[in-house]
Ligand binder design. Structure first.
Ligand SMILES: *Cc1c(COP(=O)(O)O)cnc(C)c1O
Ligand SMILES: [Zn+2]
Length: 417
């Protein structure tokens, strides 16, 4: 086989490399398989550590075309220890993987798009497209601009204004659809059959999804080539969570880390929780939901990889939980106040879920736990509407400030968890 190729996840049929995401024989999703013996020679800790600090240092385990030259330093975001948040959650050894500062568009979706567009060029597409809950729209639009592609972006019309603006600014064509993400996505599958466009999360989905593995590679490398005991991962389509697990398995397979069981925990908003609901009920499959949550980036009612996410979570000995919109907002504030990280709603979901998991005793305080913070709070400021009142301005006089200070000191402000 080539260095990598598409194969059916269920029947195993090989499909070579082409813009296709479903097996025609059994209608299951395709997955990228690698020739690990080929990879083994070049994928060593030493080689990797000599590379620049971005996701391309793991190129040997990404489905990139021959001769691919990256033009953007995507990924390698900070892994922060989070002692203050840990204290508030009554635990230790807590880390934040901070993709709120992933470049170029401040979410982990930059990673998946970087891989998808490499293949889009390889397959000769001059137009790229996607259905998006917001962050993917931003990432496709920005990287298409830089890569010289035309971009068509399909979104539910009620997305956060910052995510819509942060797509249009790159010159992408944005098509608002009066419907849910699931309806937008279905439409995109139909459009992909009619137009020769590279839909990053439809016909290029198998390649796109591999980009998410770099979150897992980085966590291990940043922990000193060790795997954590637990990861908590927000879930929309359920792809990221599976790929973090795949990344850990590959590192073990290639001997870069000691084998170790890692518990994989999934996080959702209660208003759109098809995966966590199934995990908690002990079901193997998703019952689609109609999303009603502030956490728009996670609002996928019929997640494409939901079935596999359930499997990954259960097999690892992990669990899934979900939190209310109220908790999401409080946890956005909590993370900002404790660790100086302003995350979007999805990050609030992750922190809130971690809180629940600690309370339930599903994560022990002395275990090493990584929370995946996947997006930036500046894109979802609407979630905090009404939280901070605009105060009347005071005159630029010291005496006025002293008076103001006296008043303020009487009322300390922090969030309670
Ligand atoms: C898309 C997204 C996710 C979830 O990704 P899936 O791979 O679809 O599960 C998590 N967080 C943010 C901020 C996202 O935009
Ligand atoms: Zn098949």
């Amino acid at each position: 086989m080539a260095r990598y190729e598409l194969r059916c996840r269920e029947c195993g049929k090989a499909w070579g490399n082409q813009p296709r995401s479903i097996c025609d024989d059994c209608f299951s999703p395709l997955e990228v398989f690698y020739d690990y013996d080929y990879v083994r020679a070049t994928f060593t800790r030493e080689r990797i550590s000599q590379q620049p600090p971005n996701m391309w240092r793991y190129a040997a385990l990404l489905p990139l075309p021959e001769g691919f030259r990256p033009s953007l330093p995507v990924g390698f975001t900070p892994l922060l220890n989070a002692p203050h948040l840990a204290e508030r959650l009554e635990t230790n050894r807590l880390f934040i993987k901070n993709d709120a500062v992933c470049l170029p568009t401040l979410s982990f979706k930059d990673r998946v798009v970087a891989v998808a567009l490499a293949q889009a060029r390889n397959f000769g597409f001059d137009t790229v497209a996607c259905s998006s809950t917001g962050n993917l729209a931003n990432a496709v639009a920005a990287q298409a601009a830089r890569g010289g592609f035309k971009a068509w972006i399909f979104i539910p019309a009620d997305l956060e204004p910052a995510k819509i603006l942060g797509t249009k600014v790159y010159g992408a064509r944005v098509v608002p659809i009066a419907g849910s993400y699931d309806q937008v996505n279905r439409l995109c599958s139909q459009i992909a059959d009619e137009h020769r466009w590279g839909f990053v999360n439809v016909n290029l989905r198998a390649y796109y999804a591999e980009g998410s593995k770099t979150v897992g590679f980085e966590i291990a490398e940043q922990l000193g080539w060790r795997l954590p005991d637990n990861v908590v991962v927000p879930m929309a389509g359920g792809s990221l969570i599976n790929k973090i697990k795949k990344a850990f398995d590959e590192l073990i397979e290639l001997g870069l880390v000691e084998p170790k069981p890692v518990k994989i925990f999934g996080a959702q908003a209660t208003g759109c929780s098809p995966i966590s609901t199934a995990v908690k009920a002990g079901q193997k499959d998703i019952e689609p939901q109609k999303p009603a949550t502030l956490a728009r980036s996670l609002a996928i009612g019929n997640p494409a990889d939901g079935h596999y996410a359930i499997k990954t979570i259960s097999k690892s000995g992990g669990w899934a939980e979900d939190v209310s919109d109220h908790e999401v907002v409080e946890c956005i504030q909590l993370l900002a106040e404790t660790e100086g990280v302003f995350t979007e709603t999805a990050g609030g979901v992750t922190v809130g879920t971690a809180h629940k998991l600690y309370q339930q005793g599903r994560i022990a305080p002395d275990e090493t736990t990584v929370l995946c913070i996947t997006g930036n709070g500046l894109k979802t400021t609407d979630a905090l509407a009404g939280k901070y009142e605009t105060e009347a301005a005071i005159p630029p006089k010291l005496a006025e400030f002293e008076k103001y200070l006296q008043n303020k000191l009487e009322v300390p402000e922090t969030v309670e968890v």
